[in-house]
Write a protein that binds this ligand. Structure first.
Ligand SMILES: [Zn+2]
Ligand SMILES: [Zn+2]
Length: 316
C-alpha cells in the first residue's frame, strides 16, 4: 500500500526575487508529484503539501538543503490519500495575511515572542500568572481550542491588530499565544511586544505539534486545518467535543463548507442535518440554483476540475 504524508510548515527567511522563486518552486513541486498550497513572500515560505512519503521526504530534504530554509520545522501527518487535488504556489506580500506589512515594525526575524516547545507550554499554561491566547479566527476556535483560552471575535487573522486593545487588561500577565502551526503567532506575538506587552511566549509548531509531542492534553475539540481533511484530532489524553451542530445543536465536530458556493460558510453540522440540508447552512442556501453536490464531506475544490464540472452538470 502506498503511504502518503501531509506536511505543514512555514519559515520566516528573506527571499530575494520571490516571484521567480514561486514559479521555480511550483515547477519543482509538480516534478515531485506533490499537491498542496504554498505561499511565497519576501519574508518567507508557508505551505501545506501532500504526496507519497518518498515525495514528501525529497521535498523536505530539498528545502532543508537551502540555507535560507535550513531551520524549517515540518509537521508530518500520515494520511490515506493526498490532502489536495492541485498544486499551487502563489507569491503574496505576506506569508500569512496579518495586515502588518511594514517589516520595520513587525519582523519575526528580528523580534517575536519566546518559543515554547509543546512540553514547556503544557507545563506553563495553567499557572495563575498566565493567559493563553488563541490568535485564530471564529470558525477555528469554535471547533476546538485550549481549555481556558482567551479567544477573539475575528473572521480573519488580519483583524487581529484591531483586537489588541481588548487584551490590555492582560498586560501584566505572561501571554502564551497559539495557532494551528505556529506561523500566525510569530506575528501576533511580535505585535503584542510592539504594543508594550512584556512577557510574550508562543507555542512553537502550534496545536499540530502539541498534539504530536504532548498528546494534545487540554485541547478541547478538534483542530481546523486548511486542506480537504478540514479538521484533525489533537487530544489523545482527555478529549472532549465542544462544538455543536449549527442547525440542531447536537454536539458534533464535523466541519463543512456550505454547499452554496456564494455562501461557502465554514460551520459545524451533524451528519443527520447534512443529509437533510444537503450540506447547506440554511433553507435559502439549499434553494440556491448554484448549490454544489454534497458528498458527505462538505469539502469543495475551489477551482472546479473538469471531472467535477461533469459530475455537476449531470446532477443539475
Ligand atoms: Zn444537526
Ligand atoms: Zn450557506
Amino acid at each position: 500500500m502506498i503511504k502518503y504524508n501531509t506536511l505543514l510548515y512555514y519559515c520566516y527567511s528573506t527571499i530575494a526575487n520571490g516571484e521567480q522563486f514561486a514559479a521555480d518552486h511550483l515547477k519543482f513541486c509538480k516534478e515531485l508529484g506533490l499537491t498542496g498550497r504554498i505561499i511565497v513572500a519576501d519574508e518567507g515560505l508557508n505551505g501545506t503539501v501532500s504526496g507519497t512519503s518518498a515525495a514528501c521526504q525529497a521535498y523536505m530534504d530539498a528545502v532543508h538543503a537551502d540555507e535560507r530554509f535550513a531551520h524549517t520545522d515540518f509537521k508530518i501527518d500520515e494520511v490515506d490519500s493526498p490532502s489536495f487535488v492541485k498544486m499551487h504556489v502563489r507569491y503574496k506580500t505576506e506569508i500569512v495575511h496579518s495586515g502588518l506589512r511594514d517589516p520595520n515594525i513587525i519582523n519575526p526575524q528580528k523580534q517575536t515572542g519566546k518559543h515554547l516547545e509543546p512540553v514547556d507550554f503544557m507545563a506553563m499554561k495553567d499557572r495563575d500568572d498566565v493567559v493563553i491566547l488563541d490568535v485564530r479566527s471564529n470558525y477555528e476556535h469554535s471547533l476546538g481550542k485550549f481549555k481556558n483560552a482567551v479567544t477573539l471575535d475575528i473572521e480573519n487573522f488580519r483583524d487581529f491588530p484591531s483586537k489588541i486593545n481588548e487584551l490590555a487588561k492582560y498586560k501584566d500577565k505572561k501571554i502564551l499565544t497559539y495557532c494551528t502551526g505556529g506561523i500566525k503567532c510569530e506575528k501576533a506575538s511580535a505585535l503584542l511586544l510592539h504594543e508594550g506587552f512584556k512577557d510574550v511566549y508562543q507555542l512553537h509548531g502550534g496545536i499540530i505539534k502539541y498534539g504530536k509531542e504532548a498528546g494534545g492534553k487540554d485541547f478541547e475539540g478538534k483542530c481546523y486545518v486548511f486542506d480537504n481533511r478540514l479538521s484533525v484530532d489533537v487530544n489523545s489524553v482527555n478529549p472532549v467535543v465542544i462544538s455543536t451542530c449549527y442547525n440542531c445543536g447536537t454536539t458534533t465536530h464535523k466541519m463543512i463548507n456550505c454547499a452554496n458556493p456564494e455562501c461557502n460558510e465554514h460551520f459545524t453540522q451533524c451528519d443527520a442535518c447534512g443529509e437533510k440540508m444537503e450540506g447547506c447552512c440554511s433553507d435559502a442556501c439549499q434553494a440556491h440554483p448554484r448549490k454544489r453536490v454534497y458528498d458527505g464531506t462538505g469539502y469543495y475544490v475551489k477551482v472546479p476540475q473538469p471531472v467535477n464540472k461533469k459530475a455537476k452538470s449531470e446532477v443539475v
